[in-house]
Design a protein around this ligand. Structure first.
Ligand SMILES: Cc1ncc(COP(=O)(O)O)c(C=O)c1O
Length: 445
């Protein structure tokens, strides 16, 4: 098929049948933003218009799009082993990838449970926490503590511990016994801080209050995004994560970091846990493991937790939990190839090389109309815009305008614009992303 006929075929598609996730379906289908192909830091529309990808896919295309080494690994794998059960059988690449991830993870985070998505990984971590306490005859520990504004996917467990009202309000009460810490974000005290704010570590002490209310003997785990990226890049106040860790230690409560978006380099190291020097009991990872190419998520678990499960009779399934496609050969091949590429091109280190340029560039937008705050962490940034009418209207307009008029893909979370380019971004491309963002902000003022 020539590219012209391919384009025509694509545009003849009926858009009605596909119920798109987390999308304004009717607005989209009136004025669709179709990404038909990708290469490096660019998407291309069906008409071949290049779109600068300011979001690394969805936080995960850290090595850029359609990189030959990853594409070839997937291609070779599908011809060699297309599917293999991971229940009661194994295939070599699942073990190899788990070992690579364990080697990258800090401390004794040594065991990897694969899933196919972040939502499954979150629910897996919560279930491991419950079962772990059960194994230790602490079965009364059934409560979870999440935090306002953190996102933990769309499963019932993740929704319950998540802190975004719009994602919760239509779906009943979900998992019971969940408490929430306050968000660490305070515009008045923190606006336009570069990186981690000074104000706010005391907010971790709220965990003491919640523990006092329920008694520590009922609390299984605390789950947070070390930097809530999805709801608007909220760097942790200096010392906040350390305090959470220390309170959890005092009361034998597990600490889970959801690193769906922060894992695999977006903050300059394999995991945000390393950047902030805080060792959680479990790390949830996802999209960056395959550079966004094949769905894969998972949970990395500390040695003592894993060991607790390995204590019963050898013929018994230690954790009656799993996902049939998890550890899929294509995902494992993609993951191994992505990790090799990250290492070969030293991509995580690029974040530290570019971070001060990135920080100054995005904070240079502060004098534009309607900008009420700008935050950054690693190669991620968020720009809050003043609302215009119903919540999200201005953010949506800016995102749409950036795509349609300035060939830039950014993400809008309500009236917050989010930028997180692939780690291969050049200095010149950072300039281009920021300039195009400025033009979109100005256009919707
Ligand atoms: C922090 C975090 N956790 C969990 C998820 C859910 O992952 P998935 O959409 O793969 O289920 C996401 C997705 O964006 C996320 O950002």
């Amino acid at each position: 098929m020539t590219s012209t006929t391919a384009t025509e075929a694509l545009l003849r598609n009926d858009l009605d049948a596909y119920w798109m996730p987390f999308t304004e379906n009717r607005a989209f289908k009136r004025n669709p933003r179709i990404l038909a192909s990708a290469k490096g830091i660019y998407y291309f529309t069906a008409e071949g218009r290049p779109i600068l990808d300011g979001m690394g896919g969805l936080w995960g295309a850290n090595a850029g799009h359609c990189r030959a080494a990853i594409v070839e690994a997937i291609r070779a794998q599908v011809g060699e082993l297309d599917f293999s059960p991971t229940y009661q059988f194994g295939h070599p690449k699942a073990f190899a990838l788990a070992s690579r991830i364990a080697a990258l993870a800090p401390g004794d985070l040594n065991h990897v449970f694969f899933t196919n998505s972040g939502s499954e990984a979150v629910d897996t971590a919560l279930k491991i926490a419950l079962a772990y306490h059960n194994f230790r005859s602490e079965g009364a520990r059934q409560r979870f503590i999440g935090r306002e504004r953190d996102y933990h996917g769309s499963g019932f467990g993740g929704m319950a511990v998540g802190g975004i009202a719009a994602n919760r309000k239509h779906f009943g009460t979900g998992l019971g016994g969940v408490g929430h810490l306050r968000s660490t974000y305070n515009c008045e005290k923190q606006a336009f801080t570069k990186g981690e704010p000074e104000w706010g570590p005391h907010l971790a002490d709220e965990l003491e209050r919640i523990v006092g209310l329920h008694d520590c003997s009922t609390i299984a785990a605390v789950i947070v995004e070390p930097v809530p990226l999805t709801s608007g890049v909220l760097p942790p106040p200096h010392g906040y994560l350390e305090r959470l860790r220390s309170i959890c230690d005092n009361y034998d409560i597990l600490l889970i970091f959801d690193e769906f978006a922060s894992g695999f380099g977006r903050l300059g190291l394999a995991f945000a846990a390393e950047r902030y020097g805080v060792l959680p009991d479990m790390i949830i990872f996802d999209i960056g493991i395959t550079s966004g190419t094949v769905p894969m998520g998972g949970v990395i678990v500390r040695e003592p937790i894993y060991d607790t499960f390995m204590d019963g009779p050898e013929q018994a399934v230690e954790l009656p939990h799993g996902c049939a496609h998890s550890g899929h050969p294509l995902a494992c091949a993609a993951g191994l190839a992505a990790l090799r590429l990250y290492e070969r091109e030293d991509l995580f280190a690029r974040v530290f090389q570019l971070e001060s340029l990135w920080t100054d560039a995005v904070h240079g937008l502060r004098r534009l109309p309607n900008v009420v705050d700008i935050r950054n962490a690693g190669l991620n940034a968020a720009i809050d815009l003043a609302a215009a009418g119903p919540r999200g209207t201005r953010g949506f307009a800016a995102m749409d305008c950036a795509f349609c008029d300035f060939n830039l893909r950014l993400r809008a979370a309500d009236d917050t614009l989010i930028l997180a380019p692939p780690l291969i971004v050049t200095e010149a491309q950072i300039g281009e992303i920021v300039e195009k963002t400025a033009r979109a902000i100005t256009a919707v003022a």
